[in-house]
Structures are given as C-alpha cells and as structure tokens.
Ligand binder design. Structure first.
Ligand SMILES: [Zn+2]
Length: 410
C-alpha cells in the first residue's frame, strides 16, 4: 500500500491517497477511520480530511456502528452517489447494464441483433435499451457518470472508432462515442470487447490477484486482452491483443483482415462450422456445436479439439513473448470446457518455454457476460479516477438510505 507516496507533486499525492481510500472502501465495505488509517498507513489527519471531502461530495457516507462493544463511526461508499453504465456489442447481440459505485449491478438486458448489423441502426437501439434500464431502475440518465461501450474489433483509443473497417464492416464511418453522447448526454468511452473481458476477469473473476495474464475471447472472432504489471496493455494505437489475426500458416487462406493464414481462419466460429455443414446441416451455430460437443458428439469434439490446437500455437507464441502467469479462455467456445482447454494446453506445452511451469490455462468466470461486466469495470475505473482527481463532471444526487452492499452481484 502507500501508492504514490514516492515522488510526484502534492496534488498527485492527494489524488493517489484519495484513490487508495476509495479502492479500500470498495473492497472492504464499511470501515472506521482508524481502520482506514491502519490499512493505508495514512495519518489520522489525512484520513479525516479525505473522508470529510468524499462525504461532502456525496461519494462516501458515515454511519454509527458498534464494534467489540464500542461505538464506531463507519465510513462506506455511498451507493446513491451515482451510476455507471455498460453497452456491449457482439456479432449477433447487444447487452446493456447499469451498476452503482459499490459494484452492484442494478439492471441488465440483452437484445438479439442480425449478423453483421450496421452501427447506424444498432447504436440507437442500444441507446434506447440503456435509457430504459436506467429509468426502469428508478434513476435518471443524469445519475450516470460514465458509460463504457465494447465492440468486437480493434478500437482506436484516440477517436473511439474502429481501427480496422475490414474487421468491423458497418462501423467504419460511424462515431459511436459521439452518437451515444449526443443521444443520452452521458460521457462515453469505447473499447475492444476482449480488453473488457480482461478487466472483468481481473477485477472480479479468475484473474483477481494476478498481475500478468491474457484473456482470450473465442467466439465469431478471436481477440485477447493483455494485462501486464496489473494494467491493461493497449499498445500505442489501442489495438494490442489482436491474436486472431496473428499468422498460423504463412500461405494459408486469405482472412477478412487481408492477411493470410490468420488464427481466425482456423479456430473462430465460421471456420469451425464450415467442415461440419455436410454432416450437420447449414443451420448449425457455434452454440449448437458447443452443446453437441458437451453431449459427447465426436465430430463436434474433433472440430473443437482442432481449434484448440491452433489456438495453442498462437498462445505458445504469446507465452514465449510475454511469459504471463495465466491464460484465461472466454467467449462462446469456452463453454466446451476441457475439450477445448486440454487441446490448448497440450498444444502450448509442446511449443512454449514457460508452459506448464508458469502460464496456467483456465476458463473465465463470466462466460458470455465477461464483456458487459468488463464495460462496467472500465466505467467504474474511469469514474474512480475522476473521483480521485476531485473532478466534478456532474453534481452527485443527495445521499439515500440504500442498504450496504459492497460486492459485485453476479
Ligand atoms: Zn486476419
């Protein structure tokens, strides 16, 4: 603990201390000022100043409690302080969710979209869905501090637009961030869905407590969110982690991205369904494939095992480059469990230096909800940064009498 107490300006120091108290309250629930002081090693006077400031801004609240027979003044995050939102677009669906600052999901919904839907129609639909969720939970859009949006493709962090029109056709000319901000009046940030999955798994899932890991989403496409030294690594342009477009076979088939022999050409949804069509019919979906595999169908298991082997090649390269502690497999195909995971493990073990000594391959905790939970995680991170900076994007509503909740309700 004691983040930021070496070097930096006095303002940086105050920000770091505020962030430390906010993070502690988020993880621990209610604590007395003495307990906060012990846990953070900040002086009683500093803690008292920070608590007074957070309380006056409506971010924290003080309530009287009893501990070991003694009356104590408990400090906790204020669940009424504000909301954050998430919207996550998949290739065939959109999800939206609302959470409060205590990391409790207040409302969540999902709509089905047509395959390769166009941003011009799906973004307004998602915005309307989000508005309904907020208003349906008795709150107002003005209560939402930050809304994070996930897209299934590489995103340019500067512009919030897709960095590859070939991977996200129908989104190239569309400014998602501005469109949502104009419709809902809520500050909006846009990120890649695999990055969001990594944030969710790191904050609440199997990546919790790990500093170096990759979250790999295997669905209609394949992407990775890479966490290094406890932080999401986005690269210079924000497009790091496009593992689905790394080369598995130099002279392989041409991919939608323009390269040859990309991992996606061998292990993503469409490539898996193709060889099954003659025996299983044209209507087979990835969901069917996983279900049949789980029921013991040997043809489907064969296809998933082959996919795992290819994914293992790409992940062995990733391990040899970055030496992570853990690889988390998510996305629709991860529901095939060990049929997929064992194939990945075996393929990696043959190729990577560090396997199996270091990088454990595990299934993600959140399955198809990883993206939307990650959007909430990113929005919470942004709003905590705002709170720690002392920024006022909007005045908070008055303190309410909501029950004490300090864990993510999943
Ligand atoms: Zn490609």
């Amino acid at each position: 603990m004691g983040v930021g107490r070496s070097g930096g300006s006095l303002a940086d120091l105050r920000t770091a201390n505020r962030r430390e108290v906010l993070t502690l309250l988020r993880i621990s629930g209610a604590l007395s000022q003495a307990e906060i002081s012990r846990a953070t090693r900040l002086s009683h006077a500093s803690v008292s100043n920070i608590v007074r400031e957070l309380t006056s801004r409506g971010l924290a609240r003080s309530t009287l409690g009893v501990r070991n027979g003694r009356r104590v003044c408990d400090v906790s995050l204020n669940p009424s302080a504000g909301l954050v939102g998430g919207i996550e677009f998949g290739n065939r669906h959109v999800r939206a969710a609302v959470a409060d600052f205590t990391h409790t999901v207040r409302a969540e919904a999902q709509h089905t979209l047509s395959y390769r839907h166009q941003a011009a129609s799906s973004v307004p639909e998602a915005a309307a869905m989000f508005r309904e969720l907020v208003e349906g939970s008795g709150r107002d859009l003005a209560d939402v501090q930050v809304l994070a949006v996930g897209l299934p493709g590489p995103i340019d962090r500067e512009t919030g637009r897709t960095a590859s029109p070939a991977i996200l056709p129908g989104w190239a000319e569309f400014d998602v961030r501005s469109a949502i901000e104009a419709t809902l009046g809520v500050r909006t940030i846009v990120d890649n869905d695999a990055n969001l999955g990594a944030l969710a798994e790191g904050l609440w899932g199997v990546g919790r407590g790990f500093t170096d890991f990759a979250y790999v989403k295997v669905a209609t496409g394949i992407g990775a969110g890479i966490v290094l030294h406890g932080k999401l690594y986005r690269g210079v342009a924000g497009t790091a982690g496009e593992i689905g477009h790394t080369t598995i076979e130099e002279d392989g088939p041409v991919c939608r991205c323009g390269n040859r022999g990309c991992l996606e050409m061998f292990a993503a949804g469409p490539a898996l369904l193709e060889p099954l069509r003659r025996s299983y019919g044209d209507d087979l979906t990835v969901e069917d494939l996983v279900r049949l595999s789980n029921e013991g169908d040997i043809g489907c298991r064969r296809v998933i095992t082959d996919a795992g082997r290819h994914i293992g090649v790409a992940l062995a390269n990733l391990c040899n480059l970055l030496s992570p502690q853990m690889i988390i497999i998510g996305g629709e195909l991860a529901l095939a469990g060990d049929v997929l995971l064992n194939a990945i493990r075996e393929s990696m073990a043959r190729r990577a230096f560090s396997v199996p000594a270091h990088a454990e391959v595990v299934a993600g905790a959140f399955s198809e909800r990883a993206g939307i939970l990650g959007a909430l995680a990113l929005a919470l991170q942004e709003s905590e940064d705002d709170a720690a900076d002392g920024a006022h994007h909007r005045p908070g509503p008055p303190i309410g009498a909501s029950e004490r909740q300090h864990r993510l309700a999943v």
